[in-house]
Design a protein around this ligand. Structure first.
Ligand code: PGA
Length: 250
């Protein structure tokens, strides 16, 4: 079974001075009992990769589906790998909303990440309107079917369930709501990829995870870690979340 994963998504935040946060974390978690990943903005990727960062892995926040070409402003998965990334986030709801990314786009980016040897963290999640209309499991199931390509394995793929309405809002679903969606994602993964790969694939929860709510969220069945935005920017906060995940492993 892969280890649990605490993943930080810095989004469009962070300048060179922020790299000190990673060094602080690396000192505090020299040999963490879970995996730790930080996805900085692309401008910091290679500098972060070159830091003495111990077990902390570095990832991209997005990639283009093509390996190279005339795509001004875009980055290929090979470029992320070349800069030292081991992971790439695909299908984050902010990419889906701001850049009109469809499930097919997300699947193509995920495959591009795999071709470059990266593990993809594929994001899924319903809007508030969809939740209020009782469509959550249908929406997440459809996104999972369309965004996760055939051939997904526990090594190449991580799923992140992130309700859009919980991202950056301080709102968090109830533990029952999180458990319901994670269990439905698990069933779909097992049905599609089998007991070993689908059963072992990590399913992260994301959306307003903080040190103060991490322990209870990590106690929910089929929550294998977190994808953390705002609270990943400061070593103290992200460190609290990593500690909570370590404690949940026992
Ligand atoms: P948040 O973001 O932790 O700031 O809510 C989570 C995410 O978008 O990955």
């Amino acid at each position: 079974m892969p280890r649990k994963l605490a993943a930080g998504n810095w989004k469009m935040n962070g300048l060179a001075a922020s790299l000190a946060e990673v060094e602080t974390l690396a000192e505090r978690f020299a040999t963490p009992s879970c995996d730790v990943l930080i996805c900085p903005p692309a401008t910091l990727l290679s500098r972060m990769a070159d830091l003495p960062r111990g077990a902390i892995e570095v990832g991209g926040q997005d990639c283009h589906a093509n390996p190279s070409g005339a795509h001004t402003g875009d980055l290929s998965a090979d470029m992320l790998a070349d800069a030292g990334a081991t992971h790439v986030i695909t299908g984050h709801s902010e990419r889906r909303a701001d850049h009109g990314e469809t499930d097919a786009d997300v699947a193509a980016k995920t495959e591009a990440g795999w071709r470059a040897g990266l593990t993809a963290v594929v994001c899924l999640g319903e809007t508030l309107a969809e939740r209020e209309a009782g469509q959550t499991l249908g929406v997440v199931g459809r996104q999972l079917a369309g965004s996760v390509p055939d051939g997904a394995t526990t090594a190449k793929c991580v799923i992140a369930y992130e309700p859009v309405w919980a991202i950056g809002t301080g709102l968090v679903p109830t533990l029952d709501q999180i458990g319901e969606v994670h269990s439905s994602i698990r069933s779909a993964l097992v049905a599609r990829f089998g007991e070993t790969e689908g059963g072992g694939m990590r399913i992260l929860y994301g959306g307003s995870v903080k040190p103060s709510n991490a322990t209870e969220i990590f106690g929910v069945a089929d929550v294998d870690g977190a994808l953390v935005g705002g609270a990943s920017l400061k070593a103290d906060d992200f460190g609290g979340i990593i500690s909570a995940l370590e404690a949940s492993v026992g």
